[in-house]
Design a protein around this ligand. Structure first.
Ligand code: APR
Length: 232
């Protein structure tokens, strides 16, 4: 069986990472235009660095939860059975990897990576960033930024993602509000390819009615039960 899973911030919520649009979410406290757009970075890079430095530091303090582990186990078991789980995430944390997933497609990039806008150098980076830090390759200061996809930038791996959705037997969206495209449009790609669709969320997402099956509740309860049923 070929499964495509699209995850969002809800899958990491019970690990203690803030979602964006729930009560108390990041975008209820901050204007995303100030900290998650190229214009915001050009306007006030130190403000953007402070936002991502705090999130990067927080990553070191949190653990993967039962939903991450269940998806890691599902990917492994489907592989053994000759099938596959294509695990695509909008999240920039690495909790899927720490929860046992071997292959994760980060369509919005990764918080643990940094990129130089001047020369294109990119690599893992665990410390803070600032405009004073120089690029290890080109030596310029001020060009290093989180290697994440900001609003207005192009999500990564989309051709491969669209192909993987259309080639699946089951499309499941987990812990995402369905508010941001192109991720929110993947369920339409699945429906056009006659792929069965399932939504797992705390509450109905913006595009809930586009899903054949809908399971609601905390990801740490619903995802393990759903994986167990799928593998039975
Ligand atoms: N279990 C399951 N789902 C949950 C839980 C939980 N414990 N807690 C919250 N959720 C659900 C919410 O109901 C909501 O539908 O997770 C979803 C979180 O939605 P958003 O905060 O909008 O996060 P997401 O959908 O991942 O945002 C997409 O927007 O800001 C950009 O790039 C950012 O990747 C992000 C994208």
């Amino acid at each position: 069986m070929r499964v495509f899973a699209l995850t969002g911030a809800g899958v990491s919520a019970e690990s203690g990472l803030s979602t964006f649009r729930d009560a108390g979410g990041a975008w209820t406290r901050l204007d995303f235009r100030d900290v998650a757009t190229p214009e915001g970075f050009a306007r006030d890079p130190e403000r953007v660095h402070a936002f991502y430095n705090a999130r990067r530091a927080n990553l070191a303090k949190v653990e993967p939860n039962a939903a991450h582990r269940a998806l890691g186990a599902l990917q492994q078991e489907l592989g053994v059975r000759g099938g596959r789980l294509y695990l695509c995430t909008q999240n920039v944390d690495e909790l899927h990897e720490r929860g046992g997933a071997a292959e994760v497609v980060h369509m919005h990039g990764e918080l643990r990576r940094v990129r130089c806008q001047a020369c294109g150098w990119a690599d893992l980076w665990s410390g803070d960033l600032s405009t004073a830090i120089t690029c290890p390759r080109c030596g310029r200061a001020g060009g290093l930024r989180p290697d994440v996809v900001w609003f207005g930038e192009t999500p990564l791996f989309m051709e491969e993602i669209w192909e993987a959705v259309a080639g699946s037997d089951l499309f499941v969206a987990i812990g995402t509000s369905g508010a941001v495209y192109p991720a929110a449009g993947l369920v339409e790609v699945a429906r056009r390819a006659r792929v069965r669709t399932c939504e797992i969320n705390l509450q109905p997402s913006d595009n809930a009615e586009r899903f054949d099956e809908r399971l609601y509740g905390p990801a740490t309860e619903v995802v393990p039960a759903w994986v167990a049923r799928l593998l039975a």
